[in-house]
Ligand binder design. Structure first.
Ligand SMILES: Cc1cc2nc3c(=O)[nH]c(=O)nc-3n(C[C@H](O)[C@H](O)[C@H](O)COP(=O)(O)O)c2cc1C
Length: 188
């Protein structure tokens, strides 16, 4: 198959799908949630996680003030939640109230967590650095919450129990097919 090579980068999205997650934050009595597809683990020991957030986001203001954030992994069935919290700003509305988002209590921070998440991390801000039009926000994971019985002994998500939420860009979502699961050793 022929490939196209171009220096005209434009709006690049060739690296999708990404896992869509919900970032939560709270400061000065205000709580908020936004969707993020640009996020990654950075270090295992200590446990460090990063998210790329536009400084225009209300969530970014709350994280800058409180120096903490939550990241919540929701299943495919809750894709509408990712679309709605990712399509509205908390600047003027309380998304938790307006969208009937159920909360769970944090244990190490003041960030609200999502009851609908199959796993959530509570993070304390370590660093943030501007890259172009986004800020790479880095936090130490200080607490982990996860639904019992959905991860195997070696921490692999059981695709028969949870369908992860993949984001393909624009308004398109999908999930991982459990029948595609393959065990392939790293040996050569
Ligand atoms: C699927 C999806 C993924 C998104 N990923 C990001 C992201 O990684 N970083 C970001 O800054 N905004 C991202 N957004 C946009 C924000 O979620 C959106 O602007 C949101 O309304 C911000 O809310 P806030 O102003 O209340 O913080 C994404 C939106 C959607 C729907």
């Amino acid at each position: 198959m022929e490939k196209i090579a171009t220096k005209d980068i434009g709006k690049f999205s060739h690296h999708y799908p990404k896992l869509a997650a919900i970032i939560t934050a709270s400061s000065g009595g205000k709580e908020n949630a936004m969707t993020a597809a640009w996020h990654s683990s950075i270090s295992i020991n200590p446990p460090i996680y990063g998210i790329s957030i536009s400084p225009k986001r209300f969530t970014y203001q709350l994280i800058s003030q409180s120096k903490e954030f939550g990241i919540n992994f929701i299943p495919f069935e809750k894709a509408h939640l990712a679309a709605s919290v990712g399509g509205t700003s908390g600047q003027k509305i309380d998304k938790f109230q307006k969208l009937n988002i159920l909360k769970e209590n944090p244990i190490k921070t003041g960030v609200p967590l999502l009851k609908d998440a199959y796993a959530s991390y509570e993070c304390k801000l370590l660093d943030s650095k501007i890259y172009g039009d986004h800020v790479w926000v880095v936090g130490e994971i200080v607490a982990v919450h996860f639904q019992e019985g959905i991860f195997t002994g070696n921490g692999i998500l059981d695709l028969g129990k949870v369908k992860p939420l993949l984001y393909l860009g624009s308004e398109f979502y999908a999930t991982a097919d459990k029948d595609s699961l393959n065990f392939i050793t790293r040996r050569i």
